[in-house]
Ligand binder design. Structure first.
Ligand code: C5P
Length: 211
C-alpha cells in the first residue's frame, strides 16, 4: 500500500496500544508508542533527581532522549505512567519530542502512531484516525492485570484512582490536551474482546482508505 498514516489516540488502558500493534502487523507498518517517550522523560527526570514540575529540567531530558534507550522495563511501571503524565504537561517537553514523532510519521511507507495527540497535533493530516475509549472501570481492570503480571502489588481501586487522575490531567492541560480530532472515528472497546476491537479498528481503517 502507498504511504499511509494511522493515528490511534485515547486514554490510558483503552486498548489503543494493542490496536496500534495489530494494525501495524496487519499493514506491515512501523508502530510508535508515543507514551513511551513521555514515560522515558518522566523516569529520566526522576533519575537525575530533578523535579517533574521543572519544565526546563524535563525539556533537557526530552531533548537528550535516544530511541535506543526506550526499551527499559522501568518505563512500563505504574510510577512511570504518573511521572510521564506530569512531564507531559510542559509545552517545552512536547516541543522537544515533536520532530522525532513527525519524522516517524513521515517514513516512506507510512506508520501507525498511538498516544494522546497523534491525530490533533503530530499528524493532523493523517487519513485514518481512531479515538479509542473504554469505561474507567474496564480500563482499570485491564491495567491492573498488566501491572499484576509485571509483579506490581497494587489494588484495582488504586489503579482506578491513578487512571482517573491521569485522565483529568491529560484532558485538562493547556498543551495538546487529550481529545479526539474532529475527523477521528470513536471506538469504545468496553464490551469488546481484543479480536473484536482490532477487527472494528481494521474496518475503520479500511473505510478511511476507501474514502
Ligand atoms: O500511553 P501511556 O499511558 O504510556 O502514556 C503515559 C502518559 O504520557 C500519558 O498519561 C500522557 O500524560 C502522556 N502522553 C502524552 N502524549 C502522548 C502520549 C502520552 O501526553 N502522545
Amino acid at each position: 500500500m502507498s504511504a499511509f498514516v494511522i493515528t490511534v489516540d485515547g486514554p490510558a488502558a483503552s486498548g489503543k496500544g494493542t490496536i496500534a500493534t495489530a494494525l501495524g502487523r496487519l499493514y506491515g507498518l512501523p508502530v510508535l508508542d508515543s507514551g513511551l517517550l513521555y514515560r522515558a522523560v518522566g523516569v529520566g527526570v526522576q533519575r537525575r533527581g530533578a523535579d517533574l514540575d521543572d519544565a526546563q529540567a524535563a525539556a533537557a531530558v526530552a531533548a537528550s532522549l535516544k530511541a535506543e534507550a526506550l526499551d527499559d522495563p522501568d518505563f512500563r511501571t505504574r510510577a512511570a505512567g504518573e511521572a510521564a503524565s506530569r512531564a507531559a504537561v510542559h509545552p517545552q517537553v512536547r516541543q522537544a519530542l515533536l520532530a522525532f514523532q513527525r519524522a516517524f510519521a513521515e517514513q516512506p511507507g507510512g506508520a501507525v502512531l498511538d498516544g494522546r495527540d497523534m491525530g490533533t497535533v503530530i499528524c493532523p493530516q493523517a487519513p485514518a484516525k481512531l479515538f479509542v475509549t473504554a469505561t474507567p472501570e474496564v480500563r482499570a481492570q485491564r491495567r491492573w492485570r498488566q501491572l499484576s503480571a509485571q509483579g506490581e502489588a497494587v489494588s484495582q481501586d488504586e489503579v482506578l484512582a491513578d487512571i482517573l487522575r491521569r485522565d483529568e490531567r491529560d484532558s485538562g492541560r493547556a498543551a495538546a490536551p487529550l481529545r479526539p480530532a474532529d475527523d477521528a472515528v470513536l471506538l469504545d472497546t468496553s464490551e469488546m474482546t481484543i479480536e473484536q476491537a482490532t477487527d472494528a479498528a481494521r474496518r475503520i481503517v479500511e473505510a478511511a482508505r476507501a474514502g
